[in-house]
Design a binder for this molecule. Structure first.
Ligand code: BES
Ligand code: MN
Ligand code: MN
Length: 466
């Protein structure tokens, strides 16, 4: 058994150059799920994923079209480990965030480039690079011993960054197909190349779009300013009414369902080896900020928050223009923690915004918003122990447990619909620049990621009760 594991490890080590070349071709596909012009690229990325799964030796590989006209899913499995062996459901996403602003990239986002052990490309860490780890884990087992010590099922999606509606609809309709003992996802990060970490909590999200409408066309601000309200000015007041200067969200009821951290968790989290200078250095921000009753580590993953992501309106071209714009728009999200409910938060947010909109302006909320539930996973689960031991074996250092501030909507759906807990086994770094220009994957972590996945699968096979 450990022989089977070790031959797989050796295979991965011996083929790392080819694995990298393959990942580079995966990253060349501009699979931006939120931009309609890339619809074909999502299909291409799905086909590419399916082909990679097929050549790794996975069976029943299918590209499943989206019934609602969005982006396809990819399913595959290998189920010959025997009825007593556990079944692992592996999830990843092959869509990526928009690469803009393009001028801030040192090399183009879809022309993957290696510099000093870092692979730069959109999707390198989030999530193609990490999703590819598990395909290569499977290949390493199947091309050596011809078998994997556990049953595996893969479900990869192409619209995680865009609300994941196709997968959300697919899960409840395919419970049997997706049935498993545990889920496995690599789409998070570790603290440093030498300090692995296991994420046991993710925040949820409610993402909203506001449109403010004033006069029915742009006006001369001299002729009308002062008597006709300006939607951009109104937007400023509305935004100011959402959150105070210390970071407390002002929406009535926003904190009602926030579950307090237990004393044990507080101790655990505040022991994490991250300090303020590191955070400042990492981000380039001039100072730490936020709710003073909570440590910054608690604020990062365990407290809810609200952020404005974009404001659209008025004249932003060169030179001045004395215009009273007809409309103003904002994109705003709230990060949620247990037991906040995204639907309830959406209602509370919209009700509060309505109270902040003056009579002189009308407001519309868009329908294409998305939400996801927060999740906290029991870090004493046997599968988490198997993952801790896998990290420890490869990194020669015990992983720490932490909560992440980001959201992976499917984790809660696995739990609530399939009754599956998820092991979040990430390999990103704090400076991987996910969602940002110069996104990168630290290549030693691509290799250690495959090794950790190989160990994890071997450990799981020895875990009596998941
Ligand atoms: N992989 C991220 C989630 C993540 C980010 C985990 C940072 C750990 C650290 C995922 O792809 C993501 O970006 N999710 C979105 C979800 C949203 C669009 C519904 C997010 O968190 O913004
Ligand atoms: Mn991701
Ligand atoms: Mn992402």
């Amino acid at each position: 058994m450990s022989n089977q594991r070790d031959t797989a490890l050796k295979y991965a080590e011996g083929h790392k150059k080819r694995f990298l070349d393959e990942l580079i071709s995966y990253l060349r596909i501009p699979s931006v799920s939120t931009q309609p012009k890339h619809k074909e690229d999502l299909l291409k990325a799905a086909e590419w994923t399916a082909e990679a799964m097929r050549s790794a030796g996975l069976e029943h590989v299918e590209v499943i079209p989206s019934p609602v006209g969005r982006h396809p899913l990819v399913y595959a499995d290998w189920l010959h480990a025997g009825p007593d062996a556990p079944t692992v459901l592996i999830y990843g996403h092959f869509d990526v965030q928009p690469p803009e602003p393009l001028e801030l990239w040192d090399s183009p986002p879809f022309e993957p480039t290696v510099r000093d052990d870092y692979l730069y490309a959109r999707g390198s860490t989030d999530d193609k690079g990490q999703a590819f780890i598990h395909i290569k884990m499977v290949e390493s087992y199947l091309k050596t011993s011809g078998s994997i010590p556990v049953n595996v099922k893969f479900i990869y999606e192409g619209e995680e960054e865009n609300g994941g509606v196709t997968l959300s609809a697919f899960i409840p309709e395919n419970k049997e197909k997706l049935a498993a003992d545990i889920a496995l996802i690599s789409d998070t990060g570790i603290l440093s190349p030498t300090q692995p970490s296991l994420v046991y909590g993710l925040r949820g999200i409610h993402y909203d779009f506001i449109d403010l409408l004033g006069p029915n066309h742009d006006l001369h601000s001299g002729s009308f300013g002062g008597a006709i309200n300006n939607p951009l000015n109104a937007l400023g007041h509305i935004i100011a009414g959402l959150k105070d200067v210390n970071g407390r969200v002002l929406i009535p009821g926003f904190y009602d369902d926030v579950r307090e951290l237990t004393a044990e968790e507080r101790t655990l989290l505040n022991k994490l080896p991250i300090d303020e200078p590191t955070l400042l250095n990492m981000t380039g921000a001039p100072a730490i900020w936020g709710e003073s009753e909570f440590t910054f580590i608690e604020r990062l993953g365990s407290r809810p928050t609200l952020d404005v992501h974009g404001i659209i309106g008025g004249y932003t071209g060169e030179g001045g223009k004395t215009v009273l714009p007809s409309t103003a728009h904002a994109k705003i999200s709230m990060r949620l923690v247990p037991d906040q409910d995204p639907e309830k938060i959406k209602q509370a947010f919209r009700a509060h915004v309505r109270t902040l909109v003056p009579e002189s302006i009308s407001v519309k909320f868009r329908d294409d918003t998305h939400g996801s539930h927060p999740i906290v996973i029991d870090y004493n689960l046997p599968a988490i122990k198997a993952a801790r031991e896998a990290y420890a074996a490869v990194f020669e250092n015990e992983p720490v447990l932490m909560r992440e501030g980001g959201s992976i909507p499917v984790v809660n759906e696995f739990k609530s619909v399939l009754d599956l807990d998820t092991v979040l086994m990430g390999f990103g770094l704090p400076n991987s620049r996910v969602h940002s220009p110069n996104e990168n994957f630290y290549l030693p972590l691509f290799e250690r990621g495959i090794a950790t996945a190989i160990h994890f699968i071997a450990n799981l096979a020895r875990t009596p009760k998941l």
